[in-house]
Design a protein around this ligand. Structure first.
Ligand code: ASP
Length: 384
């Protein structure tokens, strides 16, 4: 509907006054939606990361699992983000389109060099990277404190549930918000945008599949000697569930069953690695967010320096850690990647409009990454 309204408003001879009024209405719809997303971003990222870490048990076995899991997760997520960056530098979808709507709202790109600061300042000034660090600290402290931190752990878990519920509500408004944003965009833009978008979709799908079918299976085989074919056959039910639900968390019961029954991964390891992975380890999301930010930069004709591109990959990694495993969660944390390098957050409108099909595939890769992570951890941790 947004596209139809946009075409009617921008490309037919309606009285100028009516057009302006309608466009204003659409703009407000879009603004409310984007502002709601911005509102929930910090609580979501903070509670998702701190709860993800704080729920880990501080047992001798888990102390051995942690380092392996963290090393695996950071390596594969960084690989995913970097692959996205390389592909985007070669193919460059969206270059030359120069959407002026976005140009207006570009901010100066400045890097904040402080890494540690007063939590309240960080939260109130939207220093999202510092918020991520704070959440990590808090999570680790709660694990170390054990019983003494129990009540705060409960608060964090509840906060996470609460923000997730609000995110779901906001997402129900998504159709209206997207309609508003798209109508305004299309009214002021030519149809070439649609062609560019289809090219972008093909590039994203191709790169995500590359990570899922080549990079991750190679890692699996090199470390565990499990044949990728055997892995895919064993996990097919979980992967199909991920595809159809677009949610790593909803897929958990199926992936747990597949990995313990079909791949004979120790159930203690699987029960530890998969839930943590479903929230914190998301290769597909990291790759997608990096690619999407570079795409937005292309759309508004911004030239990102090498430093800015590295920042994009790093924030995309953090954004993927901060995104909970529910449909389109990556779109909420996408805002932090755009903000990190001064790109306009309104661009989320275009990204959300095409997110359904892309979310399915990146969720499959997210779940695949978690399951391979469990196999890798099992290889390193001797178990009974
Ligand atoms: N839907 C994804 C997942 O559940 C998260 C995302 O939106 O990227 O894994």
């Amino acid at each position: 509907m947004g596209v139809i309204f946009g075409v009617v408003l921008g490309h037919t001879a309606l009285p100028a006054q009516t057009c302006a009024h309608l466009l204003f209405g659409f703009e407000i719809l879009g603004k409310i939606f984007i502002n709601l997303l911005k509102m929930i971003l910090i609580p979501l990222v903070f509670s998702s990361i701190s709860a993800g870490i704080a729920n880990l048990k501080n047992s001798p076995q888990s102390r051995r699992i942690w380092p392996t899991l963290i090393a695996y997760s950071l390596t594969t997520t960084a690989l995913a983000g970097t692959t996205g960056l390389i592909v985007m530098n070669f193919i460059k979808p969206g270059v030359g389109l120069d959407i002026h709507l976005f140009k207006e709202s570009m901010n100066a790109f400045h890097v904040n060099h402080a890494v540690f600061m007063n939590p309240w300042v960080a939260i109130s000034q939207n220093y999202i990277i510092i918020v991520v660090l704070l959440a990590v600290f808090l999570g680790i402290t709660i694990v170390v404190l054990g019983d003494k931190g129990r009540s705060v752990l409960k608060v964090i878990n509840d906060l996470f549930e609460i923000t997730m519920t609000i995110v779901r509500w906001i997402m129900r408004l998504a159709p209206l918000g997207i309609m508003g944003l798209l109508a305004k965009l299309i009214a002021q833009q030519n149809v070439q945008l649609l062609y560019v978008l289809s090219k972008y979709i093909v590039v994203v799908v191709g790169t995500t599949l590359f990570h899922g079918l080549i990079t991750l299976p190679i890692i699996l085989w090199l470390i565990t000697r499990i044949s990728p074919l055997k892995f895919f056959l064993a996990m097919k039910e979980a992967l199909i569930t991920a595809f159809s639900t677009s949610s790593s968390t909803a897929t958990l019961p199926v992936s747990l069953r597949c990995i313990t029954d079909n791949l004979k991964v120790d159930k203690h390891i699987a029960r530890f690695v998969l839930p943590v992975g479903a929230i914190l380890n998301m290769d597909g999301t990291a790759m997608y967010e990096a690619m999407a930010a570079l795409f937005v930069a292309n759309l508004c004709g911004a030239h990102l320096t090498m430093l800015a591109q590295v920042i994009v990959v790093l924030t995309a990694m953090m954004a993927s850690i901060g995104a909970p495993g529910i449909p389109s969660a990556g779109m909420v944390t996408m805002i932090m990647v755009l903000q990190a390098v001064g790109l306009p957050v309104q661009a989320v409108a275009i990204l959300i409009a095409i997110d359904r099909p892309l979310d399915t595939i990146r969720t499959v890769v997210n779940v695949e990454g978690d399951c391979i992570g469990a196999c890798v951890v099992q290889k390193f941790i001797p178990h009974k």
